[in-house]
Design a protein around this ligand. Structure first.
Ligand code: NAD
Ligand SMILES: O=C(O)C(=O)C[C@@H](O)[C@H](O)[C@H](O)COP(=O)(O)O
Ligand code: ZN
Length: 364
């Protein structure tokens, strides 16, 4: 299979996302000079499966194996506690300003590891080796890093672009089906934002729905198209002053759901699936939806990808309270990313909380 490359031209640094099967050797593109060292922050689950291959790539690229800090798998590790432990590890290893951090795992590890790189000595360079579909198509690209706190998802973090992202689709073969599906939710989100991706994803949905058993070339193309779409948005608006907010489609609902249910009941991608449907419903309530069939087509696609489409019974007031800390809130008012049709999505300011409440009641 060929090696695909997408460049991310962000203001905070430009870099390549290398995509393909068996492409870990791409790490050689970030060399270590005399006296420089690398250290790895890895998801323990991903490391158990792929740590040996990553260490071999490090040895090949840098001439030696780096020390490794394994973070317990799960969303709960995107925390102050694990950040503190990761920094203690960097201190113990005497990782200095010119050294390199390698973040390996799903979105938990690339968010936490990326944030450790952003914070350690006020910023060291890092490489991301995403091992879940979600991290390959979304989390490892674009430079958003951070942790969750009790008050909300990703409320503490930083924009810190990696020097290189290696999306090796061969690593996805060990991914549990539920995790694979979670990654597809972000692909569906991207598809709603881009008419070309919408057509492509629907056209290849039967093959994509096979998950890790899908044709690797189809998967590599899916990753490439999603990364290319996200890269263009990030290049235009790295720090989310405008256009990048669109990548938050479904996330005001999704993040509130994850926070209220305690970071674990729903995988992030599952919450995004429900958030996409909620955004469609809210858009319909507000009379914005012009593509009548969008909600039905979306529900069909999400279901085909084994993602949840039924909202649980959750107190709308609790969700609304949590949403008040959404990063898109401006002048104390909620802003939602809402679709009119596939490829026509905008940020809608000043949405009346009563409409959100009614939408949540309709969904429950
Ligand atoms: N920074 C961003 O732009 C961005 C974008 C989207 C999502 N996110 C964040 O990403 C996180 C979700 O990431 P995720 O869905 O990758 O979950 P995750 O990182 O928690 O990984 C999911 C599970 O898969 C396991 N795993 C990872 N790779 C594996 C492999 N190759 N084989 C077998 N098991 C493997 C892990 O051990 C874990 O149990 C959320 O915190 C979300 O907020 C960030
Ligand atoms: O990269 C972005 O921008 C996104 O919004 C991608 C989202 O899928 C991702 O979940 C992100 O972490 C959400 O960002 P946040 O700023 O709302 O925390
Ligand atoms: Zn997301």
């Amino acid at each position: 299979m060929s090696v695909r490359k997408v460049s991310v031209a962000a203001a905070g640094g430009s870099y390549d996302v290398v995509i393909g099967a068996g492409v870990l050797e791409a790490l050689a593109a970030v060399p270590l000079a005399e006296g420089e060292r690398a250290a790895v922050i890895a998801d323990a689950g991903a490391w158990a499966k792929h740590g040996a291959a990553v260490l071999a790539a490090c040895k090949q690229a840098h001439g030696r194996e780096p020390p490794v800090f394994e973070v317990p798998a799960g969303e709960a590790s995107k925390s102050w506690e694990q950040l503190e432990r990761a920094c203690a590890f960097l201190a113990e290893q005497r990782i200095a300003r010119q050294d390199l951090l390698i973040a390996c795992g799903g979105g938990m590890a690339t968010d936490l590891g990326g944030f450790a790189a952003a914070a350690w000595m006020r910023g060291i360079r890092h490489v991301a080796i995403p091992t879940t579909l979600l991290a390959q198509v979304d989390a490892a690209v674009g430079g958003k890093t951070g942790i969750n706190i009790a008050a909300g998802k990703n409320l503490v973090g930083s924009f810190h672009q990696p020097r290189l992202v290696i999306a090796d689709v061969a690593l996805l073969t060990t991914l549990p089906p539920r995790e694979f599906s979670a990654g597809l939710a972000e692909c569906v989100k991207h598809a709603v934002l881009d008419a070309g991706l919408y057509a492509h994803t629907r056209e290849h949905s039967d093959e994509i729905a096979k998950g890790v058993d899908a044709d690797p070339a189809v998967l590599a193309e899916l990753v490439e198209r999603n990364v290319a779409f996200k890269a263009a948005v990030v290049a235009a608006d790295e720090r989310e002053g405008g256009r990048r907010m669109l990548l938050n489609l479904g996330h005001t609902f999704a993040h509130a759901l994850e926070t209220v249910t305690g970071y674990g009941r729903y995988l992030h991608g599952e919450a995004v699936s429900l958030g996409l449907l909620a955004a469609c419903r809210l858009a319909a309530r507000l009379g914005l939806l012009t593509q009548d069939k969008l909600a039905d087509e979306l529900a069909e696609l999400l279901q085909k990808f084994s993602l949840p489409v039924s909202w649980p019974e959750i107190d709308p007031e609790e969700l609304l309270k949590t949403m008040s800390l959404d990063k898109k809130v401006a002048e104390g008012k909620l802003r939602f990313v809402l679709p009119e049709a596939a490829g026509e999505v905008s940020v809608v300011p000043g949405v009346d909380p009563a409409e959100v409440r009614a939408t949540l009641k309709e969904l429950a």
